[in-house]
Write a protein that binds this ligand. Sequence first.
Ligand code: ANZ
Ligand code: ZN
Length: 836
Amino acid sequence: MADYDFRALEAKWQKRWAETGLYKTPANPKKKFYVLEMFAYPSGDIHMGHFRNYSVGDVPARFKMMQGYDVLHPFGWDAFGQPAEGAAIKRKVQPREWTLDNIDTGDTTLKRMAISYDWDREFRTCDPEYYKWTQWIFLQMHNAGLAYRGSSWVNWCPTDQWALTNEQSEGGVCWRCSTPIVMKELTGCWFFRQSQYAERLLKDIDKLTGWPETVRTIQRNWIGRSEGAEIEFKVDGADPASPSEGHPDELERLRRAGPIRVFTTRPDTIYGVTFMAVSPESPLARTLPTDPARKAAVGEYIQKALVRDEAQREKEKDGVFTGRHAINPFSGEKVQLWVADYVLGGYGTGVVMGVPAHDQRDFQFAKKYGIPMKVVIHPKLDVATMTEAFVDDGPMCNSGPFDGTPNQEGITRVAEDAKRRGIGGPKVTYKLRDWLISRQRYWGCPIPIIHCAKCGVVPVPEKDLPVLLPPEIDNVVPKGRSPLADSPAFMKTTCPTCAGPAERDPDTMDTFIDSSWYHFRYVDPKNDREIWAKDEIAKWAPVDLYIGGVEHARGHCLYFRFITKFAYDQGWCPVDEPALRLFNHGMVADEHGDIMSKRKGNVVSPTDIFDKYGVDVARLAMFFFAPSEDEIKWSEKGLIGAQRFVYRVWELMAKWTTLAGAIRDASKLSAPYKEMRLKIHTALQKATSSFDGDLHFNTVIAALYEALNAFDAAVKPGPNQDEAGAIREFVEILAKILAPLAPFLGEEFHEMLEGTGSVFRSGWPAFDPSALKTDSIEVPVQVNGKLRGTVTMPTGSSDDAVKAAALAHEAIVRVLEGRAPKKVIVVKGKLVNVVV
Ligand code: ANZ
Ligand code: ZN
C-alpha cells in the first residue's frame, strides 16, 4: 500500500469523474434535490469565503447523490458590476476583459476544489445569451405595468459627475476624488413596482419555515408593514395650484391633489397636531415657500439635509420653517409647515403631522424650535411639566366630539370619520420601496427601451433582444450620465413604432436584477427560445437548499423572492417562492478573529493550501473548525490536525480494507468490539442527520475521532471471524461517511474496498439500531468536583455498585491518598462525585 499522496489521488479522481460525467445533472429526475450556493462575483481569485460557502454546499450535494437522489448542483458568475469598472480605471483594461480573466482564474480554482458542479450548466450574467432574458424580464415587467419611470435622489460627485452608492460616498465624500458629495435628483430612472408585492412578500415569510429566523425577521422589518390612516390637510392662504418650480410630474400631481396628505399610525392624536413637517426630498419642500428669503433658506437647508444619511438625520433632527401654514381638518386650527430632515422621503407620503405631546421625535423637534404642544390623550397631563412625549394609551381629550373615547378605539373612529368626509381614511403603509433599477454605468445589462421624439418611450420588441452592450468602451467614467450615452454606435437606432430616428436608453440595470432570476436559469441554461422550458422548471423548482452569506438577507434574498413571485404570476414558474431552505454559512476569520479581507491583508489563499496539504485536508480542517453557520478562525494548526487525521485513517484503511468478513452474531462480540460498533454507528447516525440537516460537520468528524479511538482499543492482530466482520463493517462505513467530506479519500477507499463505480453512486448505509444500544455506560468520577476518571458499568447497575467501582478506580485511589471520603454522591447513570 502506497503512502498518502494527495496529488496522485486528486489527479486520478478528477480524471475519472470527468470521464464518467459523474456530476452531470440527470435529465429526468425521479427524486430531485436542487442545492445551490450563491454564485460568485468575479473580483479576483476564489478566496476562503468562497471555499467555505461552496464546500458547505458540496457535502449535502454529494450526500444526496449517495442517497440515490437526482441532484442539480450548478454554478455561475454574477459578472456585471462596478468593481470591473474600478479595475478598468485603475489598470486601463476593458471591464469585460478583466471580468473574463477573473472568471477563468476562478473556474480553474473551483474545478481544482472538486466541488460537485455540473459545469455544463455554468453561465455568466454578462453573456448576451443570459442578459437577453434579463432584458426580457424587464419587458414583461413593463407589459404588466410594473416598470415605470420616475426620479430619484442620488449621491452625486460634482467633480467626477457621477452617482455614487452609499458605500462609495462614505464620510460624505467621493471615494475617488474626495469632493464633498451633493444630492442630485436624476430624472428618467426606471423603477420596478416592488411595493405592489409588499403584502405577499410579507405574508409568505410564514411559509419559509426552512429559513433562519434572523433572516425572516430582517425581511419582516424591511418590508415594515404599518397600519394607520392617511389624512388630508389644506394649505392655508396661497393657492397651491400655482407653484412655479419643481419637477413637472410632481407639480402636476400637486396641482391635481391639492391638499397635503400625511400618513399616521395615530389618527387618534389628530387634535394634537401643532405643526407639519415635510421631508427635504419631497417636491413640496421647494414649492411651499413663496417668500423669496424663505425660499432661499429652504433651498439651502435641503442641500445640507440631503447629504446626511438616515441615522444622522434621525439624530440631528433640525428643520426650517417654510413660512406657510396648513389647516387641521378636524380642529380647524392653523399649524406651521416645516421642512425637517427626520421626515424620510420614501416613506408614507413624505409628510408628518407633528404631535409633540404624543410622539417623541415631534416632542424633541417642537422643543428645539419653540413650537406649541397640545395634550389630546389623558386629560390629567400638563404640557408645562412634560419632559417627554406621552406615548401610552388613555382616553382622548381636547378632541371635540371624540372626548372620552379610549384612544385605541379612536384610531379607527377618526380614520373612518376621515373616510366619510372624503379627506383620507384607513391605510396600510410599507417601508419597502420600489426598486430603482437604473444605473448610469457602462458594465451592466442595457435597459431595452427606445426613446422616440414622436412616440415617446417605446419598449424594444422581444424579437430584437438582446440589446447588445458594446464589448468595449473608450471611457468607462460616467460624466453626468451613463458612458453609453457617448457611444453613437450604441445610442442611435430606429423607433420600432414609427421607424423614425430614435435613441436607446443609455442606462444599465442594477446587477441585483441579474441575480434575481439566475437560480432558475440553471434548470435550462442553454435555452435560446425562452427563459426556460416549462417542463424543465417543473422538474427542479424550487431550490431545496440555498447557501450563502447572511449579508444578502434583505437585498438579494428579497429580490429573488419578488421576481419568483412575478414569474409565478406570469405563469412561467410553478412555484411562488424560490428556495425551501436557506442556510447562512459563517465567515472566515484569521487566527486573531479578524475577518479575512483584502483590505486588511490577512487573507490566505486556498490554492496555496491545496498545494501544500491537498483539497481533502483543507476541507476537513475547515469543517472541523466550527459548525457551518459559525465564524471560523483559520489556523495552520487546524490544517496540521486534519492532516494527522487523514494519515491515521489512511494507515488504518491500508491495513484493514483487504480483510474479508461478516458478522454472524453481533451479541457474541467482546465489549471493546461492541464499543467500536457503537461508535461507528453513532458517527453514521450523526452524518445521516447532519449532512443535509444542521450541516454541523464538525460533530461528525468528532464522532469519527471517537470511532477511531474505539477501533484502536478493540482491534488486535488475528481477529476471529465475527471480529473480522466488525472490522469490515467499520471500514465500509468510515469510507462512506468520509466521502462527502473528503471526496478523493472517499473514492479511493471505496476502490480499496473493491466497490464498483463511484462511491457517490454506491448508496448510503443504514445504521444498525441494535449497535446503538449499549449494555454498558460510562460514568465520570469527580473528586471535589474535578474530573479524575470514568468507570464503565453494566447498564442498570445499582448506585452502590457504581460507588464501589468509582472508589476502586485506580486514579481515584491515587487522589484520595488513603483519606476516607466525607461523602459520595451518585447521580444515576451520569456522575459520581467524591467529596473529601
Ligand atoms: C402622527 C403621530 C402621532 C405619529 C403620534 C406617531 C405618534 P411607523 O410605525 O414606522 O409606520 N411618519 C410618517 N411618515 C413619516 C416619514 N416619511 N418619515 C418619518 N416619519 C414618518 O411610523 C408611522 C409614524 O411615523 C406616523 O405616525 C408619523 O408620525 C411618522 F402620537 O403621525 B405619526
Ligand atoms: Zn417613434
